[in-house]
Design a protein around this ligand. Structure first.
Ligand SMILES: C[S@@+](CC[C@H](N)C(=O)[O-])C[C@H]1O[C@@H](n2cnc3c(N)ncnc32)[C@H](O)[C@@H]1O
Length: 191
């Protein structure tokens, strides 16, 4: 389901872009993403813009056709932009040094599809590659923003077991209730 109008306005706003530009560099500095990174669910590209400043090679995968067109127009010469689902990725196995996603998992309508994304991330990562990101937790404002929109928030307590089932190890999950869940998991093997 595409995002509702208020949500689309917020995610494409200067306010959201400058908030992301303020916090994401600090988060990225704590994660070793390597040389070939895939972002799932870039939306309007606020996170993509920041990633482009710090990763040598960036590929993005967006399910919404209109957003994909927009991303191609904005970042086409700098990022490899693909339309498609993170639950069925159009990439070969063992390719990426890291797979990241920000504020997108709650837009995936079922736990089964989220689990398929975790399994696909494990497949396309190189051994030793990182799957990491952040997502929102439930709060009153968050519920309001998602009226008429998909809102399948990830349960932080259950996330480690789901990531391990998808094939990851060294799973770390940190959650701030009503704010963010932050996760990192490693595909077994040497980098
Ligand atoms: C709220 S936006 C987040 C955009 C961006 N990461 C940010 O933080 O500004 C979530 C995006 O995930 C996309 N999305 C949802 N399900 C997806 C899937 N299965 N595969 C790829 N993208 C997906 C949506 O179309 C939407 O553009």
């Amino acid at each position: 389901m595409p995002m509702n109008l208020i949500h689309r306005k917020f995610c494409s706003s200067e306010k959201w872009a400058s908030m992301v530009a303020g916090v994401l560099p600090g988060w990225l500095a704590k994660h070793d993403l390597g040389d070939d990174v895939l972002e799932i669910g870039p939306g309007f590209g606020a996170t993509t813009k920041v990633l482009l400043d710090v990763v040598p090679k960036l590929t993005v995968l967006e399910i919404d056709p209109a957003s994909t067109e927009l991303l191609r127009a904005k970042f086409g010469g700098h990022a490899d932009v693909h339309e498609g689902s993170g639950a069925e990725m159009p990439f070969g196995e063992n390719r990426f040094s890291a797979v990241v996603c920000f504020t997108m998992l709650h837009h995936v309508p079922t736990a089964e599809l989220q689990d398929a994304i975790f399994a696909e991330a494990a497949r396309v990562l190189r051994p030793g590659g990182r799957f990491c990101g952040t997502d929102s937790q439930l709060s009153f404002g968050f519920r309001l923003l998602h009226i008429g929109d998909t809102m399948n928030v990830v349960d932080a307590d259950g996330l480690p077991a789901r990531l391990e089932k998808a094939g990851f190890e060294h799973v770390k999950v940190k959650a701030r209730p009503k704010q963010l869940v932050d996760f990192e998991a490693v595909k077994p093997g040497q980098r």
